[in-house]
Design a binder for this molecule. Structure first.
Ligand code: C2O
Ligand code: CU
Ligand code: CU
Length: 481
């Protein structure tokens, strides 16, 4: 091939691939209005306690228009309502399982006693109701909730069970858009493989990563559009996928500001053109729009197996006239203080092995792997050998100290609870533990690629009164689901 033939061939193949993805990138195919999960109204008791009711149930959803298929959801056929509560609120949940099998509901990102956590040790039998209660005492953040029955989490989430849990804190979020559904919009990103009849297919426990879907859903909507009417919009973005990692950008390459991560606001907005999110992670961004424009939010391929493929996710359509928004503040007053690591901090090491073990051990519900004194700040070092993974710790907030000695990206430097651990790398975390002690009830840490979590890449820790770690039994009675 000479140079001209080569260029011609290259142009042709470029054209071919552009044609191949034409339906995905043609904005006119984004015709379904984005579903925004409703806010869940609590019943407020005389003493101010807020009671929220969630029911896990089956129902019918249309991922492809006109093709209803069975899905699972909370209070509806798919996903769940958004729970919104404020720091200081007393919360009581009534969670009823109307499925045919046992499940659990875990409050991912919430700081609460282990018995209220909703992990594999708090099963809800079919027909049964679970009533966890706690006081919200943590900074403003975007959390979420999802099932956590050991070995079945991937399937239950893939069926549709997940919802957002927003924590407000009037210690200051001034200047950030916060009118839910107007200029404060949740975006739950999930990918599914859809059969011709519109039903999700694939075994979430097969292959190295389980599900890597070819249909991108936002809040359960495939190829949706969202009308916005304000100059600035805050998006609370949750990666609720089983395995996929997203690298989010706008089709026109515009920059936007990240204002928060998993566990709280950043000290100051960070301007970016792209953010990456692994399963379970959240990011809050503020995006500016000009009147009358349209832009696509998309994910682009990276260099890992879990982020293959360029996909358009959502079309955003700005109204011909936009309502003024407050200026983005230079500092975010509600940001949690940096985590200070004492010089004598305990260092614990976790090695992610293959896709089903940590430190050479598969998850065992009756084994306590780590015993942590209440209120401790520790360094957790997570080393990865082969496949890409991430690492989530229940109950805590952490900050990434470094990834192979490099500081994390500015937007990922705030308080978090889930972090990407690229293959062949070591991530060091400054972990701040809570003060609820319970030597008999563990919290979990695990890879949030659900296929890995379910096959045993998970461990258990308890939080105990300082000075008592040696007396704590390392085995507990645990029924296996
Ligand atoms: Cu999102 Cu152990 O959980
Ligand atoms: Cu969690
Ligand atoms: Cu993993």
């Amino acid at each position: 091939m000479n140079r001209r033939q080569f260029l011609a061939a290259a142009a042709l193949s470029g054209l071919a691939s552009a044609c191949g993805s034409a339906s995905a990138s043609d904005p006119t195919t984004f015709r379904t209005e984005l579903r925004v999960p409703p806010l869940l109204d609590p019943k407020v008791d005389k003493d101010g306690t807020r009671r929220f009711t969630l029911t896990m149930r089956r129902g019918l959803s249309e991922f492809l228009p006109g093709r209803p298929v069975e899905t699972w959801g909370f209070n509806g056929p798919l996903l769940g309502p958004t729970i919104r509560a404020a720091r200081g609120d007393e919360i009581r949940m009534t969670v009823t399982n109307r499925l045919d099998e046992v499940s659990t509901v875990h409050w991912h990102g919430m700081r609460l006693p282990a018995k209220m956590d909703g992990g594999p040790h708090q099963p809800i039998e079919p027909g049964a109701t679970w009533n966890p209660h706690w006081t919200i005492d943590q900074p403003a953040a975007t959390s979420w909730y999802h099932p956590h029955p050991h070995g079945q989490t991937a399937r239950h989430v893939y069926r549709g069970l997940a919802g957002m849990f927003i924590v407000d804190d009037d210690r200051g979020e001034a200047g950030l858009p916060s009118r839910y559904g107007v200029d404060d919009i949740p975006l739950i990103l999930q990918d599914k493989n859809l059969a011709e009849d519109g039903s999700p297919t694939g075994d979430p426990l097969k292959g190295t990563f389980g599900i890597l879907g070819d249909h991108m859903l936002v809040n359960g909507t495939h190829r949706g559009f969202l009308n916005v009417g304000t100059e600035r919009v805050r998006f609370r973005i949750l990666n609720g996928s089983n395995a996929r990692m997203y690298h989010l950008t706008f089709a026109d390459g515009r920059s936007f500001h990240v204002v928060g991560g998993d566990a709280g606001l950043l000290a100051a907005p960070v301007e970016v053109e792209r953010v990456s999110l692994t399963p379970g992670e959240r990011v809050e961004v503020v995006v500016a729009f000009t009147a009358g424009e349209q832009v696509l939010l998309r994910t682009v391929s990276g260099s890992d197996d879990i982020d293959e493929g360029d996909f358009d996710l959502l079309k955003i359509v700005a109204a011909p006239r936009l309502t003024a928004s407050p200026r983005l503040p230079g500092r975010l007053a509600g940001a949690p203080a940096p985590i200070v690591v004492p010089s004598n901090a305990t260092v614990r090491r976790f090695r992610l092995n293959g896709h089903d073990a940590i430190n050479g051990k598969e998850m065992d519900m009756s084994r306590i792997d780590e015993v942590v004194p209440a209120g401790a700040v520790e360094i957790w070092e997570v080393e990865n050998t082969v496949y890409p993974h991430n690492f989530h710790i229940h109950e805590v907030a952490f900050q990434v100290i470094d990834v192979d000695g490099q500081k994390p990206a500015g937007y990922a430097s705030g308080h978090k609870d889930t972090v990407y651990v690229p293959s062949k790398s070591t991530v060091r975390l400054a972990v701040q533990f809570g003060r609820f002690t319970d030597p008999g009830t563990p919290y979990m840490y695990h890879c949030h690629i659900l296929r890995h979590e379910d096959s045993g890449m998970m461990g258990q820790f308890v939080i105990v009164p300082p000075g008592t770690a040696n007396q704590v039994p390392r085995t507990i009675a645990a029924h296996h689901l």
